[in-house]
Design a protein. Structure first.
Length: 132
């Protein structure tokens, strides 16, 4: 993510455009920070990892890699434009692998949800308001 500031094709993660007429800032926060973090952690991180691990009988690391790949593809589809979101594929893969590893090591989703929400909050609201 930090490298994306310097090398455009590595780590450009953004957030999908949510029309201002649809929701205000508070609604956008609920969608981007709360809902996305919880839903993606439950369905992508936990659901896909469990599916690959339990149903397909793949080992934990292969399951995490496949889950992170699927979550990256999901993020490209959310942004709706392969060219604009192509750089996020690599960063999303790394972050979802980390979220999956955290959830597996804790045997709990609270850490993954918290870190995912914090990352989304920073990307959507704080990133451009902090002057370094």
């Amino acid at each position: 993510i930090i490298l994306g500031s310097f090398i455009s094709f590595i780590g450009v993660i953004g957030y999908p455009d949510i029309s201002a007429s649809f929701v205000g800032e508070a609604g956008r926060w609920v969608i981007v920070v709360l809902s996305a973090s919880i839903m993606e952690s439950v369905f992508l991180v936990d659901g896909l990892t469990d599916f690959f691990n339990s149903k397909l009988k793949l080992n934990k690391w292969v399951s995490l890699i496949l889950m992170a790949g699927c979550a990256s593809i999901f993020h490209i589809s959310v942004y709706g434009n392969l060219i604009a979101s192509g750089g996020s594929f690599f960063s999303a893969f790394i972050m979802f692998f980390a979220f999956g590893w955290l959830a597996e090591s804790q045997n709990d989703l609270s850490g993954a949800i918290s870190w995912h929400g914090t990352l989304n909050w920073w990307l959507a609201f704080l990133r451009y308001s902090i002057v370094i």
